[in-house]
Ligand binder design. Structure first.
Ligand code: AN0
Ligand code: CP
Length: 318
């Protein structure tokens, strides 16, 4: 593996889960692999889990780690080529990326959708510049359209907890006051399809995701109907994808909040969420604190997904 951006980069999905299970059981077995190698983590947006778990994963592999919050302490970056740089941005991303690449062996990038241009977001303009200009393998730590380290951790968590071979997994939209990207749901759909689970997506009308992700998926507009018999409920808010509402909040309808009454419709289903989560908007206190809530083990598996990915990239650099 050179870059880790989409589900296709991980290869055979069952094999990937087996590799992750080995990493989880033997976290320090490859602590020699990253000796004298440097991981650089670049954050354009806030993070708790990705920041900590990706560092921990790299440290378990014996790497050195450098973290940069671009918006705190670095020069403000111009991202448009051809502009006359007489504004408040002293540095161009076209120089900054190769410079950053020269200081590391692997580079992780967090760069959310900016909601200014759907085509810029969906062409992964920023992430692709890192791939083209850094000269180093690139790991997406949530880019504009996908969050693969999260989806891989979600897959590992489902494999650990499933009671049937092909579980019913429901991706449910839930309300949130601010506009959030579609990266987590897009990516979740991509990985659940690759795992060949029985996936159902439920959301209010107007919240349809990019059809190139949801092609062939069952969409159910009745949330309660979707929950019936489910083994896993994956809660998440996202903003609208379809024009003219791209990046907009169309509804904060709390009748979509995931509560105990809805969870009672499932087959003793587990609750999952990538975190951070707004309690009593997305999910009630009762559900997130219940014995069926997987949010903490799911977040813990972020070390496992990151370590499995970094290990594969390091093996490719040998
Ligand atoms: C981000 C999102 O929804 O994409 C990150 C989640 C991992 N969430 C927020 O900005 C609250
Ligand atoms: N789930 C996740 O990626 O969390 P952070 O935004 O805190 O990294």
């Amino acid at each position: 593996m050179r870059n880790f951006i989409t589900v296709n980069d991980i290869g055979d999905i069952k094999e990937a889960v087996r590799k992750a299970q080995y990493v989880k059981a033997n976290p320090f077995a490859d602590s020699h692999l990253g000796k004298n190698k440097t991981m650089l983590l670049i954050f354009f947006n806030s993070s708790l889990r990705t920041r900590l778990s990706t560092q921990k994963a790299a440290l378990n592999l014996g790497m050195n780690v450098i973290v940069l919050d671009v918006n705190q302490g670095a020069w403000k970056l111009e991202t448009e080529r051809g502009v006359i740089m007489d504004s408040d941005k002293p540095e161009h991303i076209l120089e900054a990326i190769p410079v950053m690449g020269s200081y590391c062996d692997i580079i992780g990038v967090r760069s959310f959708a900016q909601f200014q241009s759907k085509s810029d977001d969906y062409s992964e303009k920023i992430l692709n510049q890192f791939i083209q200009l850094s000269g180093k393998p690139v790991i997406s730590m949530e880019a504009a359209t996908r969050h693969p380290l999260q989806s891989f951790a979600d897959l590992i968590t489902i494999e650990e907890h499933k009671r049937v071979e092909r579980p019913k997994v429901v991706l449910s939209w839930a309300p949130h006051p601010k506009a959030l990207p579609q990266a987590v749901p897009n990516s979740f759909v991509e990985w659940m399809k690759a795992a060949d689970y029985d996936l159902v997506i439920t959301h209010p009308e107007g919240y349809e995701l990019d059809p190139s992700f949801t092609e062939g998926c069952r969409i159910e507009y009745d949330q309660k109907k979707a929950f019936e018999g489910a083994h896993f409920i994956y809660g998440k808010n996202w903003s609208a994808f379809n024009d003219p509402n791209y990046g907009k909040v169309l509804s904060t309808d709390r009748s979509w909040t995931i509560d105990s009454e809805k969870m009672a419709l499932t087959d003793n289903g587990f609750f999952m969420h990538c975190l951070p989560v707004r309690r009593n908007m997305i999910v009630t206190d009762e559900v997130i604190e219940s014995a069926n809530s997987l949010v903490i083990p799911e977040a813990a598996n972020r070390v496992v997904s990151a370590q499995t990915v970094i290990k594969e990239i390091l093996l490719g650099l040998q």
